[in-house]
Design a protein around this ligand. Sequence first.
Ligand code: SIN
Length: 295
Amino acid sequence: MGKLSVELCGIRLDNPVIPASGTFGFGYEFAELYDINCLGTISIKGTTREPRFGNPTPRIAECASGMLNSVGLQNPGVEKVINEELPKLRKCFHKPIMANVSGFSVEDYVYTCEKFDGVEDIGWIELNISCPNVHGGGMSFGTSAKDAAEVTRAVKKATKKPVIVKLTPNVTSITDIAKAVEDAGADGLSLINTLLGMRIDLRTKKPVLANRTGGLSGPAVFPVALRMVYDVSRAVKIPVVGMGGISCAEDALEMMLAGAAAVEVGAANLTDPFACKKIIDDLPAAMEKYNITLN
Ligand code: SIN
């Protein structure tokens, strides 16, 4: 067992670094650049029951130390993900995969999770109840402790895979949601999804994003994410995957000192497609420098 190895819900990872859903496609796209088997695992593009075109454009806006996205869960739907995307990933990635699942009703979530339950190399389901860019689903589950618990309970009955619930920071008390989800049977938590924000174009006087608002990610959100991971990991017993603005090995270690069992790297992949690999390569020296061991 290498010194970067960590455990996540009963499954060993070679290292704690996971590209975050929505920033790494279905993984195989990056295999043209480097051997993606160096990654702990991959959280694949958020998948819904039916295919989705996503929100109208523009759906990306830049800001200081970060970016806004309002992608709107564009994906080909669970059938195509299982039958077309996962076989391509399997050709170049030989580890358990994290399936990120979104929905618009409890039935949607259950349907998609049942489908992934039948796929052997899906190691975990990351239940995304925190997308801020869709109406009538996504974040609306994650902002209510009752709804978050209900969808978690229903999904837990539909799958034997470990269920990691992805939480939104757009709430008054993320620890209350975390505890409700833990009580409902979640095996782990991941946080934070993006922070709801907007930009206005001074020339047009209109919002930059066609959807008006979007989710802020990138280095700007790192201290917010760190604080939430710190609070949540002390409030629950299940493992927490920390994410939000991680862009170097030192950030990853800071997140793990806050209580994360593993980390997801998101926006950094969009500015440097080698970001995850560099973090993994740099971790041993950073751990040595700061005298930090994992686990
Ligand atoms: C999106 O597709 O809009 C982003 C996904 C998310 O924030 O959960």
